[in-house]
Design a protein around this ligand. Structure first.
Ligand SMILES: [Zn+2]
Ligand SMILES: [Zn+2]
Length: 158
């Protein structure tokens, strides 16, 4: 099955809210272009329905490419190691499209040190889609208490 954006065989398959399939890097580029430029909900390039969230479809990759298909790597990924007593220092709100938008970053927190600033969009944490500000903070808090690193995937390069 071909990607409607790049017209190549889909790899790193993902689906938007409407369940159309794309390569994840292609959809990411499409979304970052439309939501940053126009500040509106990005729409599906095929059916024009709004895209509120993105999910990966690993089964789709396996069907198209076989079991050997490598595990996906996000183009814009940052690892944050949670240290003892360190604060994330982050306030987020639900984004107009997929992900959550950062509305405040504390200058003494880990996220600021990693390069995050107001206006940046977080799409996934540890491959879990972030579409709700409260559940995003819950994931961060959980990782903090268990001292496991956060793998943050963003909409644009940070
Ligand atoms: Zn593509
Ligand atoms: Zn669609």
């Amino acid at each position: 099955m071909d990607c409607p954006i790049c017209t190549n065989k889909i790899s790193n398959a993902c689906v938007g809210t409407c369940m159309h399939h794309f390569c994840y890097p292609c959809l990411l580029q499409w979304i970052s272009r439309s939501s940053i430029k126009d500040k509106k909900i990005p729409d599906c390039p095929v059916c024009r329905k709004p895209i509120y969230e993105i999910r990966f479809d690993r089964e789709f990759d396996i069907v198209l490419h076989g079991d050997e298909f490598p595990t996906f790597k996000h183009p814009y990924e940052i690892e944050i190691k949670m240290q003892k007593c360190s604060k994330a220092g982050l306030t987020v709100k639900n984004n107009i499209g997929p992900g959550v938008e950062i509305i405040n970053v504390n200058e003494t927190g880990l996220f600021y040190k990693a390069g995050f600033r107001k206006g940046h969009v977080i799409l996934f944490i540890n491959n879990i889609p972030c579409n709700n500000h409260k559940s995003t903070i819950d994931i961060i808090n959980y990782n903090q208490s268990s001292k496991t690193p956060l793998i943050i995937s963003t909409l644009t390069k940070i």
